[in-house]
Every structure is written in structure tokens, then in C-alpha cells.
Write a protein that binds this ligand. Structure first.
Ligand code: FMN
Length: 191
């Protein structure tokens, strides 16, 4: 797909058809992720590919728990209505974890986010690859990472960057509008 078209065609998908993601598609997507830049080329990320309906249901449950936490803490009303059922229906959930200690040299000068920055680039590569091969995706973070780590036996020293839902879209999602890019020239200006 042409690059600019690909960038704009990628859409967050919240309704999937029950069509499995093939092993070739999975490999193409994670390979795109692996080619993301990382500080010192440390490639701090790993992937957990979830297709077992029972495990997907447990991930969905962590989302339902997160909704309750928001409600208990008087969070925004819309969060209560967020539908979690599509989580368990996604054909593939790729949970992306990373080692926060593999962030290059930033810790020496107050920039400790290198590993998460790299993992975010990895995820974006994967979202774009999914679109490129005719699938849709969602970068999902509506869960308590501690609960997800327990569900998936993720080692304590790793952090969770997100659960990437992937599959064939059940409907075409509308593109939320973008603001015009705000470019400051030479220095940050307040206008
Ligand atoms: C770090 C991150 C976390 C996100 N978490 C969620 C989420 O938990 N649930 C959800 O429905 N969308 C989530 N999104 C998707 C955004 O809502 C979506 O990207 C935004 O509304 C723009 O829509 P588009 O992706 O279709 O262009 C997340 C996006 C990012 C980058």
C-alpha cells in the first residue's frame, strides 16, 4: 500500500470478524515491530500471542476490573459504558512487554523512557503492518497492568506497553479528525 494511504487508513478497530489471524500474518506483524528503532539497538520488547479463548476472556476480565476501578474513583462517566466484549472476540491479542532497564543511556540525564519509546515505535510498526496486510488493530491499554501480568505470568521486571488486538474488521470505523500540525519555528512560541 502507498505510504501516505497506509498511514491514514490505519484505524483503531473495536469490532472484529471471527476470522483467525494466520501464522504468516502474525510473523509479518511482529517482524515489522522488531525493525523499530531502539536505544543502543537493545530491542527491549517481547510479544505474547494470545489466541486461546479462555486467556482472551481473562484479559477481557482485567478490562472489566479496570472499569470498576474508574467507577470507584469517580472517573469519567463514559468509561462506564465502554464495551469490553470485543476484547474476547479479537482473533489475536498481541501483548507487548518490555524491559524498562533497556532504555540506553537516558537514565544518566533524566530521560528514563527509552525502552517505552522504542516499544511504542515497535507497536506503531505493527499497527501499520496489520493495515498493510488487510487487517485492523487496536492498541488497547484499558486494564490494570498488574492484573494482566498475573494473568499472563509476565515476569515482574518487565512492563506492559499494551495489548494489540488484531483481526479482520467487522465494520468500517470512522477516522477521528486530526488537528493541523503545530510547528514552532526555531524556538517554542506561545502563540
Ligand atoms: C497508547 C495508546 C493507548 C490506547 N488505549 C486505548 C484503549 O484502551 N481503548 C481504546 O478503545 N482505544 C485506545 N487507544 C486508541 C485511541 O483511542 C485512538 O488511537 C484514537 O482515538 C485515534 O483513533 P484512530 O486510531 O482510529 O486514528 C489507544 C491509543 C494509544 C496510542
Amino acid at each position: 500500500m502507498e505510504f501516505d494511504e497506509l498511514i491514514k487508513k490505519r484505524r483503531s478497530c473495536r469490532a472484529f470478524k471471527p476470522v483467525p489471524v494466520t501464522e504468516d500474518q502474525l510473523q509479518a506483524i511482529v517482524t515489522a515491530g522488531q525493525w523499530a528503532p531502539s536505544p543502543l539497538n537493545e530491542q527491549p520488547f517481547e510479544f505474547i500471542s494470545v489466541t486461546d479463548p479462555a486467556v482472551k476472556a481473562q484479559i477481557q476480565k482485567t478490562g472489566i476490573e479496570a472499569k470498576q476501578i474508574i467507577e470507584d474513583n469517580n472517573g469519567p462517566a463514559w468509561a462506564k459504558k465502554y464495551p469490553m466484549n470485543f476484547i474476547g472476540e479479537a482473533p489475536l491479542i498481541l501483548v507487548v512487554v518490555y524491559n524498562p532497564n533497556k532504555g540506553g543511556l537516558g537514565n544518566y540525564f533524566g530521560q528514563p523512557h527509552g525502552a517505552l519509546q522504542s516499544t511504542s515505535a515497535c507497536i506503531q510498526n505493527m499497527l501499520l503492518k496489520a493495515t498493510d496486510i488487510g487487517l485492523d488493530s487496536l492498541w488497547f491499554t484499558f486494564f490494570n497492568p498488574a492484573s494482566l501480568k498475573t494473568v499472563l505470568d509476565i515476569p515482574t521486571e518487565l512492563d506492559v506497553a499494551g495489548a494489540v488486538l488484531i483481526g479482520t474488521p467487522a465494520m468500517e470505523a470512522k477516522a477521528p479528525p486530526r488537528r493541523s500540525p503545530k510547528i514552532h519555528r526555531d524556538r517554542f512560541s506561545k502563540e
